[in-house]
Design a protein around this ligand. Structure first.
Ligand code: SAH
Length: 345
């Protein structure tokens, strides 16, 4: 029988598991701490458990590996990119960014992606499978272990559409912010979505304190459809309504991501449209000069033109930043490192 991945069980569920295998519930506390605080990768490390118990656990369960394959370190800003191998040999990537306010890890939520955004490398080969809560946590745990540095912020902005893997995402968020585990505040967790309206509505009802970021990328329905196939399914007006609903229900201000593509969505007209839809909203706008991938011929705007765009929004009272380019000397764009690895193998 396939051994179950013990790292995917939330604390309460782990208690139930212990009862199932004839152990006392309090064992769950010890084991949970080993896995989620001391970041143990095997049962042998759990030295305050008896040999018999460790053997019994190893018979029933496994801690599925998230094993580092490669690491790239930016010479410019110390950003690290990691390639990890999973138990079934699938490969995923994660990024560690060091900011003044602390370390932020960007994790993948799926192997590949089926959303098809035009400028994104993660989606070129479609979706392989969802990641489990354990595999999402594992990326953060491995990075903490490899660097010896504490992670204070987590952004689910790597490969994959997190709301296309909703059940696992929720378990992951609750475990990551559980006081029995790493205890990362939900306010320090950001989930980015291309805008799957019914799932955004569900998420709003969970009343989590996470930040929701919407990938907008176009300020009209037509513009959005050019860049994001998901816009064929959900009208811009519905998406914006779901954003308002999220803010209303959670009190958390929305972030809007807008990847600037030269000549496609960065004109004065685009800025005007963007102001007209976001101007009255309490939100934050994050402009991302597009990171060109060789499979498509999109270009990034000049620095000057990006600043111009930003200034226009600012003058209308919109809270806006241009995303600082991190690790531009390594395979920076979403999914590029993994893709290069796959092509090499
Ligand atoms: N599926 C989620 C997470 C994707 S990655 C989502 O769509 O939001 C996080 C952000 O990076 C998204 O806004 C995505 O559209 C953007 N992105 C992906 N590839 C990019 C590229 N090559 N250049 C600029 N932004 C990119």
């Amino acid at each position: 029988m396939e051994k179950r991945d013990i790292r995917s069980y939330p604390f309460e569920q782990l208690k139930g598991e212990m009862l199932l295998i004839g152990e006392k519930a309090f064992r769950a506390k010890q084991i949970y701490e080993w896995i989620h605080v001391k970041l143990a990768g095997s049962f042998e490390e759990m030295t305050n458990l008896s040999k018999q118990l460790r053997a019994k656990l190893a018979q029933e369960y496994e801690i599925y590996p998230v094993e580092m394959l490669e690491q790239q370190i930016s010479q410019i800003d110390g950003t690290n990119k990691f390639l990890f191998r999973l138990r079934d040999d699938n490969v995923i990537e994660s990024v560690l960014m060091r900011y003044q306010h602390g370390n932020s890890v960007c994790i993948s939520s799926q192997v590949g992606c089926r959303m098809g955004c035009r400028f994104c490398a993660s989606t070129l080969d479609g979706l392989q499978r969802n990641l489990t809560p354990s595999e999402m946590l594992g990326q953060i745990y491995e990075i903490q272990k490899l660097t010896g540095e504490r992670v204070s912020n987590v952004v689910v902005m790597g490969t994959g559409e997190p709301l296309d893997n909703y059940e696992n995402l929720l378990i992951f968020i609750r475990m990551l912010s559980d006081e029995h585990g790493l205890n990362i505040s939900q306010r320090n967790i950001t989930v980015s979505t291309c805008g799957i309206v019914p799932v955004m509505e569900k998420l709003a009802k969970e009343k989590l304190q996470i930040t929701l970021a919407l990938s907008l990328h176009g300020s009209t329905q037509e513009k959005r459809r050019e860049l994001m196939p998901v816009a064929n399914k959900y009208e811009l007006s519905e998406v914006l309504k779901a954003c308002d609903d999220y803010f209303e229900k959670t009190g958390r201000r929305m972030t809007f991501e807008y990847s600037l593509v030269h000549g496609v969505n960065d004109t004065d007209e685009d800025a005007k449209e963007l102001i007209s839809i976001l101007g009255r909203r309490n939100c934050h706008v994050n402009l991302i000069p597009v990171n060109p991938i060789k499979e498509r011929n999109f270009e990034k705007p000049s620095k000057k033109s990006a600043f111009n765009f930003k200034n226009k929004l600012e003058k209308s009272g919109i809270n806006v930043t241009i995303r600082r380019e991190m690790g531009s000397d390594i395979d920076g764009a979403c999914g590029q490192l993994r893709r290069r690895y796959a092509q090499r193998e």
